[in-house]
Design a protein around this ligand. Structure first.
Ligand code: PLP
Length: 389
């Protein structure tokens, strides 16, 4: 694990995996196949016995997906990684690998809404209980941990931006023998490397910053060989939410520019957050770098934050006047996006709870893309000017 000036091994972004069949190509080939044939009976037997590791069927092992998994493991300081067809597939496969009926999970409040819904529907039906805690309150976390199987974290949380001392929480969980997992999509390995802070498993919606170009839906989990082995043995093959070779190839391409993109998102978003904070029409800006000092282990901030308008601003007029910030969910790509809370709270999916997600009805969430701070600020300023009633 490298905690020095460079947060990770940059060289790993330049040369990807070469399994001997890629002519030392600087870009790994897309091995777009469902199956791999064997030259003879003995080779097939050796593979089935596990004496020789080679791809048999893409749901189990595919070289392009493996290139992505190895690259991500390296960035996060993990020994192994598994790629999934979505962030939710990574979350569900990971959680289901560590709980059984009657178990309890501790989760920080305001986790990503579909993770909250997974806990409140499928897991509830499996008789897995979830205790929500304020991750900023270590006493509350310590009280909830005894007897739990899994501690599910997300830091910062992706709407209200609660940022936690991840290392301190991981140490608490370790004391109680509770496996820890964190959704690190917001910070990316550029700004937070939770394995080095003592967390057992790190997962991502790779649809966000890892991909970075809004052209792929994917997920990934990384950790030690042993703990990833638990997921690899059952949930990975049997739930079958495997990442596709083409999507893995897009991720490898996207990740090469991850550090540069993250620094650009950080600079633009922070400049805009600070300017919003000075406006009379804005009640509050939720951005981890404005709240306090960043917690230990969080070495930077990304492009996603939210703010709350005061009464008297017409949010519909505001959003419809924007030219660069497009109305759209997700985040982590090159483009700037805006989501009004009052729209999200009309979603039919259940459970749907402003309180559970920590969303103020007058808030909007911004993803600050790579269009440039000046142009983006002008866009926001012009829209605010026409939206006061
Ligand atoms: C913080 C966070 N985690 C996980 C997910 C789920 O990822 P995916 O959409 O790739 O399934 C999302 C998606 O928006 C997210 O914002």
């Amino acid at each position: 694990m490298n905690n020095g000036a460079e947060p990770f091994d940059l060289a790993s972004l330049i040369v990807a995996h070469d399994d001997g069949n890629a002519f030392d190509a600087v870009v790994p080939p897309i091995v777009q196949t469902s199956l791999f044939t064997f030259p003879n009976y003995d080779e097939m037997v050796a593979s089935y016995r596990g004496e020789k590791v080679r791809p048999i069927y893409t749901r189990g092992l595919n070289p392009t997906v493996r290139a992505f998994e190895e690259m991500l493991a390296k960035l996060e300081g993990g020994e192994d990684a598994l790629g999934f067809a979505s962030g939710m597939s990574a979350i569900s496969s990971t959680v289901l690998s560590f709980v059984e009926p009657g178990d309890r999970i501790v989760a920080v409040r305001h986790v990503y809404p579909d993770a909250y819904r997974l806990f409140g529907t499928l897991l509830k039906r499996m008789r897995v209980e979830v205790t929500y805690v304020d991750g900023r309150d270590e006493e509350q976390v310590a009280k909830a941990l005894p007897g739990a199987k899994l501690f599910y974290m997300e830091s910062p949380t992706s709407w209200v931006m609660d940022a936690h001392d991840v290392g301190a929480l991981a140490a608490l969980a370790k004391r109680h023998g509770v496996v820890t997992v964190i959704d690190n999509s917001w910070a990316s390995p550029v700004f937070q490397q939770p394995l080095s802070l003592g967390v057992d498993l790190v997962l991502h919606s790779a649809s966000k910053y890892l991909g970075g170009h809004s052209d792929v839906v994917a997920g990934v989990v990384t950790g030690s060989k042993e703990i990833i082995g638990r997921i690899r043995a059952e949930a990975y093959p049997y739930l079958g939410g495997k990442l596709s070779p083409f999507d893995a190839w897009l991720l490898v391409r996207g990740m090469r520019t991850l550090p540069i993109r993250m620094k650009a998102h950080e600079a633009s978003a922070l400049a805009i957050a600070k300017r919003l904070q000075d406006l009379d029409v804005v009640e509050k800006v939720c951005h981890p770098a404005l709240a306090n000092r960043l917690p230990a282990g969080l070495n930077g901030t990304s492009g996603l934050f939210s703010f709350v308008f005061r009464e008297g601003v017409d949010v519909r007029r505001f959003t419809d006047h924007l030219k660069l910030f497009k109305l759209g969910v997700s985040w982590g790509g090159h483009e700037s996006l805006i989501v009004p809370a009052e729209v999200v709270l009309q979603q039919k999916a259940q459970p749907n709870s402003a309180h559970a997600f920590g969303i103020d009805a007058r808030s909007v969430r911004l993803h600050v893309g790579l269009e440039g701070t000046g142009a983006l600020w002008n866009d926001l300023e012009a829209a605010i000017a026409v939206s006061q009633s």
